[in-house]
Design a protein around this ligand. Structure first.
Ligand code: GDP
Length: 386
């Protein structure tokens, strides 16, 4: 499916940059336009692939290009004030060509955390295309303010978009990695999962895959509301490209049974392995299973079994399935999109920590005011000058 990608804030911009690289690498064709919005000039300069004229600086009058710190209320305010600057870039999107908007933001910071929900409200008011969010949750060691920001942004963003796809940094970080190195790796994981899903809805319906290929409307219908998470599993296969082997393969009958079992087990692995947002799979309302790889490995029976298994796991009757044929690959994979998930312990925990952080902040502020008063006040013994 064709997307207008809007990266809000530093994380959002970097991830959209990475989406562009991935789209080009797999010849996906799912990015129609890529835009970056930020209140920090240096972050916009640091981007590599988003065209310069699609980089929008907001809040210049208030923060002079220095960013909003981690103040997401300020992030929301400057976005509202400068929404016409953002609209200027959106006006260049060939709107009739896109299937949806995708706003990408780190939810723990200031600009993206506060601005992304404001932009979502704005886009929904103007356009008929669905507006999806891709929200990145902060790792638990980032501290109270990031957690509180994320909890507040989550609450607002999920209300304003048609669906919020979530990626949790906490689950994907590796011990012993530098922050920057970690983000580079994590961003690749993000774009691979979400990118494959969106690219799947962008395949031309040629003869041999016509009826089974995933359609963008199936992705949109699965993303009908609420919060989503993605699982992905893959396996290397022989795609018969090397000369000798392919000659041999002509006389070999393709082992359907192996392909069926492989596909079924990939769907299970994708669902039960590491999700972008861990959750109780049983709480999903809707699902979509996409099998990817060389067409001869996209075994109908395997996909169908995997789909049925997911129906049983979720108790949902709304599990869609389809293919994303990638002829030149030596990998077979399964992408599982779970949508409308409600049992998400990580969100409960984030909200709990946020409430504690909010209470502590209020207490510390009150005490600081008291302490300051007692520092200055002499009980009327000394008079101020004026
Ligand atoms: P903003 O520029 O004010 O919107 O804030 P940032 O985007 O810099 O940071 C917001 C949050 O995003 C941080 O708390 C991190 O959790 C996360 N983050 C920052 N940079 C990256 C990145 O490159 N990749 C990922 N996955 N997360 C990031």
């Amino acid at each position: 499916m064709k997307l207008a990608l809007i990266g809000f804030g530093q994380a959002g911009g970097k991830i959209v940059d990475e989406f562009l690289a991935y789209d080009e690498a797999i010849d996906g064709g799912f990015v129609e336009t890529a835009i970056a919005v930020n209140s920090a000039t240096t972050d916009l300069h640091g981007l590599e692939r988003i065209p310069k004229r699609n980089r929008v600086l907001i809040g210049q009058a208030r923060v002079k290009g220095h960013g909003v710190g981690a103040d997401n209320e300020l992030g929301a305010e400057v976005t509202e004030e400068d929404i016409s600057e953002v609209q200027g870039a959106i006006d260049r999107i060939p709107i009739h060509e896109i299937d949806a908007f995708l706003i990408v933001a780190g939810m723990g910071g200031g600009t993206g955390s506060g601005g992304a929900p404001v932009l979502a409200t704005h886009l929904k008011r103007i356009y008929t295309q669905p507006v999806f969010g891709l929200g990145v949750l902060p790792a638990t060691d980032e501290g109270g303010i990031y957690t509180l920001n994320a909890a507040r942004s989550f609450q607002t963003f999920v209300r304003e978009v048609d669906n919020l796809l979530v990626f949790d940094n906490e689950v994907w970080r590796d011990a012993g990695e530098t922050v920057a190195g970690g983000y580079d790796r994590i961003n690749k994981e993000i774009v691979e999962r979400f990118g494959l899903l969106f690219a799947a809805g962008e395949v031309y319906h040629d003869d041999h895959v016509a009826e089974s290929v995933v359609d963008s409307s199936e992705i949109i219908n699965t993303l009908e509301g609420g919060v989503s998470t993605i699982g992905y599993a893959r396996e290397t296969v022989d795609n018969g490209d090397d000369g000798l082997l392919s000659t041999f393969r002509e006389t070999e009958t393709f082992d359907e049974g192996t392909a069926t079992n492989r596909m079924t087990s990939l769907v299970r692995k994708a669902t039960l392995g590491r999700l972008t947002l861990p959750c109780d799979v049983g709480s999903a309302d809707r699902g979509l299973v996409v099998s990817t790889g060389p067409p001869e490995h996209l075994n109908r029976k395997g996909v169908e079994r995997g789909r049925q298994w997911l129906e049983d796991e979720t108790g949902s009757m709304e599990i869609r399935g389809g293919d994303y044929p990638r002829p030149d690959q030596n990998e077979v994979g399964a992408i599982v999109l779970l949508s409308g998930v409600t049992d998400v312990p990580r969100i409960d925990q984030l909200q709990q920590v946020a409430i504690e952080a909010q209470d502590t902040t209020e207490m510390v502020q009150a005490r600081a005011e008291e302490d300051f008063t007692s520092l200055v006040d002499t009980g009327g013994e000394i008079d101020a000058l004026f």
